[in-house]
Design a protein. Structure first.
Length: 301
């Protein structure tokens, strides 16, 4: 009996900000590797997640939402990341909100690589109250682009995620896998620490804090206890743009900063399988998001 040939390919997730790309990536991989929040521009780096399913290995690339409303150095950097990520993929998943295809969605279309299959993923189907309205909307979508498939779904439903994987699989090239079967991401633990702290920062400050804030890991040391338990000592700095923002992050009596640290530590201990000592500081670096040198020093490509 002949062996089923392996399939493997790069699958890019693209779309405007806040359409659920990171939520979908985490669901497709089966573990949280990309941070999520209600705040736009949460994802700032190309994040790769792997899922090996049967004879197929999916290498998903989560991209920042394409920026159309801001022109600073940070946003130019995010858009360069989107463009670079699309250069070598095999399949593109373009995410939109189910029932909506607005001007910001249309601005993503010129980025789509020619000659590559693009699947239109109509996400957040669970938020559509009148499903009957969805059919005429779907029938009008070919006017926007020659999409290979149309997949209404919700990234929070496991059945929908499995259905999407089955739809994507035939588009993957027949070739050897790029990673070991149990690999989930190519990002380092240091990167996952900075992203997790930044997620808690955004979630706990809400709309108070502008998105021009970032997290830099200054110290990452590991040792083992006599019982073989893994211990990590981590120090990270939250960088904000203004002195007033520093007070927002620290909170009254330091309570907000303490809560950010506690929630990040709990999640990271589960994610990294280690006991953590996490120390957080807050620094002001005025104008860092408009300074290319600062962006490079903070890990923006």
């Amino acid at each position: 009996m002949s062996e089923v040939p392996h399939r493997c390919g790069l699958v890019a997730l693209v779309g405007r900000p806040n359409v659920g790309k990171s939520t979908l990536l985490n669901a497709l991989v089966g573990q949280k590797i990309s941070i999520t929040s209600r705040k736009a521009q949460t994802t700032r780096h190309r994040i790769t997640g792997m899922r090996t399913r049967g004879a197929a290995q999916f290498v998903f690339v989560d991209t920042p939402g394409f920026q159309t409303r801001h022109t600073g150095a940070l946003n130019r950097n995010l858009n360069r990341t989107v463009m670079a990520s699309l250069g070598d993929v095999d399949v593109v998943l373009m995410l939109v909100d189910a029932g909506r295809f607005g001007a910001d969605d249309a601005k993503v279309l010129p980025l789509l690589p020619p000659g590559k299959p693009v699947l239109l993923v109509a996400n957040k189907l669970d938020l559509v109250h009148r499903r009957a309205d969805l059919l005429p909307w779907l029938q009008a979508l070919p006017e926007q682009h020659a999409f290979a498939e149309y997949v209404p779904m919700s990234a929070t439903r496991a059945d929908d995620v499995e259905r999407l994987l089955a739809i994507v699989e035939p588009y993957l090239p027949q070739q050897d896998w790029l990673y070991e079967a149990d690999t989930l991401t190519d990002r380092s633990e240091r990167f996952l620490v900075s992203e997790t702290v930044r997620e808690k920062l955004f979630r706990l400050t809400g709309d108070e804090l502008p998105y021009t804030s970032t997290v830099v890991v200054e110290q990452f040391e590991e040792d083992s206890s006599p019982a073989g338990e893994r211990h990590l000592r981590i120090a990270a700095t939250i960088v904000v743009d203004r002195e007033a923002h520093k007070g927002m992050v620290i909170g009254q009596g330091g309570e907000r900063l303490k809560r950010i640290g506690t929630e990040a530590r709990v999640e990271l201990e589960r994610l990294l399988g280690a006991r953590l000592f996490l120390e957080l500081h807050v620094k002001v670096r005025s104008g860092w998001a408009d300074d290319e040198q600062h962006l490079r020093s903070y890990g923006y490509e």
